[in-house]
Design a protein around this ligand. Structure first.
Ligand code: IMP
Length: 175
């Protein structure tokens, strides 16, 4: 068990299971992108460990870049929108694989997907380590999903609670 501030977290997915699943996802990507050279677009901060471990098992040629999303912005009339920061490469005509830690409401990836599409990439696929189907509010096409989980707060292996807990090999869930 890990305690961070006032909250207790207990094991949910152990390191061995995470690594085994990542190898399966990499194998699938290697097959589906054979003959291509995708650009991996890693969403910081949460996806840093997932992206690193996934990339180690990719045998196709690939490039890696990183982006952040701003906190929600916008007005009441336009609704809330997350903006992409830090993407410097041209993505026009590229096969993109967006690497995310978790899809919760789906709003973050929905906004990222739409903004990437405005630059006319050849294709955009999404790889997420975790997915909470019960929390989803924006329909989104997820191509590679590590684990579907219950709608509970999780941490570890990149995911944080209040900035802490990203550096564990396991994924834990709020008790
Ligand atoms: P969404 O826009 O609601 O899908 O939220 C996605 C982002 O919220 C993720 O990239 C995470 O940074 C954060 N997030 C969502 N659920 C969790 C969780 O259970 N633990 C830690 N972070 C989470």
């Amino acid at each position: 068990m890990i305690t961070i501030r006032d909250k207790n977290f207990v094991p949910l997915i152990e390191a061995d299971a995470i690594q085994a699943r990542i190898q399966e996802l990499a194998k699938q990507i290697n097959q589906e992108y054979a003959g291509k050279q995708p650009l991996l677009v890693v969403v910081l901060n949460g996806a840093f460990l997932f992206a690193a471990d996934l990339a180690k098992h990719l045998t196709i040629p690939c490039e890696i870049t990183f982006l952040r999303v701003s906190s929600y912005k916008g007005t009441e009339s336009t609704g809330q929108l997350k903006e992409i920061l830090g993407l410097t490469e041209s993505i026009t005509g590229r096969d993109l694989i967006v690497i995310e830690d978790i899809v919760d409401t789906g709003k973050t990836l929905h906004d990222i997907y739409n903004q990437l599409q405005t630059h006319n990439p050849t294709s955009v696929a999404i790889a997420t380590l975790l997915y909470k189907p019960a929390a989803l509010q924006e329909p989104i096409d997820l191509h590679y999903v590590g684990f579907e989980i219950e709608n509970k707060f999780v941490l570890g292996y990149g995911l944080d609670y209040d900035g802490l807990g990203r550096n564990t090999p396991d994924i834990l869930v709020l008790e």
